[in-house]
Design a protein around this ligand. Sequence first.
Ligand code: BES
Ligand code: MN
Ligand code: MN
Length: 454
Amino acid sequence: MKTPVEYINSNGERFVQELADMLRIESVSTDPAYRDEVARCAGYIHRHLEKVGFKVQTFETKRHPIVYAEWLGAKGRPTALIYGHYDVQPPDPLELWRTGPFEPTMADGNIYARGASDDKGQFLAHVKAAEAYLKTAGQLPVNVKFILEGEEEVGSGSLAQFIKSHTDLLRADVLIVSDSSQFEAGIPAITYALRGIVAAEVVVRGPNQDLHSGGFGGSVANPANVLAKIISQFHDEHGRVTVPGFYDDVLPLAEWEREAWSALPFDEEEYRQFLGVKELYGEEGFSSLERRWARPTLDVNGIYGGYMGEGSKTIVPSSAGAKISMRLVPNQDPERIGRSFEEHVRALCPSTVELMMTKAHGSPPLLLPSEGPTMDAAAEAYRKGFGVKPVLIRQGGSIPIVTTFVEHLKVPAILMGFGRPDDNLHSPNEKLNLEDFHKAILASAYLLEGLGGA
Ligand code: BES
Ligand code: MN
Ligand code: MN
């Protein structure tokens, strides 16, 4: 009989085909037009987990289904809860994709498609590791529960409810989340902190309709001009956010973090070139890693208003708006920051226009203990699966639901990312490296073994 590792090594190509099958499903959670595709993806995963040997239940929600699966045959052993999300970001702008976002394509050792790295490829690695055990040894080294949601990219509203109403079902000794990245190709990372987020939209309204900018311009405040002026005051000349009290609760970096991060192989100039910018920019007094991982930010995600088509059109637009997100770090509170932001915008807005603000979503930052037995098991799994020891880092993205899991289930969490920083998450030409996919499956298998105490 084969070992799980032999099984993984000899089934690699099929695993990639199965990933491709899932990537063909257009599970965009934010846009109601894709609703059926999101449901179809849940169905695919449900059947897939059943074939692997799990007992599976799909829970309908107000929005997108939650797929729960369990295998609880390891009596007396710990239980691992593995979280992932099968929803993806919209593929736009389509014209910048070299191949269709939902036509998975292999090229230069990667698989290209929306969701390849965020997060279908990453959670599938765990499913395939479980399969390797069940199809060889006939059992897993630990009890395993999968919880896969379709709303991560829209704030995990349904799962937050679900965790509270299904506490016993989800009870576990460790939570495993693979929805982040390695530090760089070949240097896997255990992540102990993520940023939180507050997302809001600001709209200013002026005249009751678009006006001829010759006929009326100059006699009325232009909402686009006004909005631009408000936005231009969000940062001071030191790159600091001007929202009053914004930095009050920010936990300063610990000495060991500053030291450990400056020892990481990170080159600011290479980073500049990777981003394709003329110069790096950010809050004065901090390195790029510190700015990305440990400092809060305010960014305009999108801005609109007036004529956006070909050529020129001489109008004063009747309104203009911007989508804003702030990234929060420990110990900032999303409620408090959201309120301060709103007051700040009100104070900056002149009385010539009408201001409207909506809060999209908010979630607190996450700071996990940076050591412990589960961390050790994860480090050892990476060492065996990837052939190198992982580094311990923070990351700048947000996975809001992890906080709910940790606080509500009182469970230690491991953030074990398999992607790469250049995977183009949320961007055109998202990809996952195929060798990493394979190593991730191995690492997951070693992790299950390690958690089982073997
Ligand atoms: N997987 C990402 C979060 C992430 C990205 C963590 C990079 C670590 C490194 C996740 O799918 C994501 O994009 N989250 C959103 C959450 C938001 C929509 C509430 C984010 O960070 O913008
Ligand atoms: Mn993700
Ligand atoms: Mn994402």
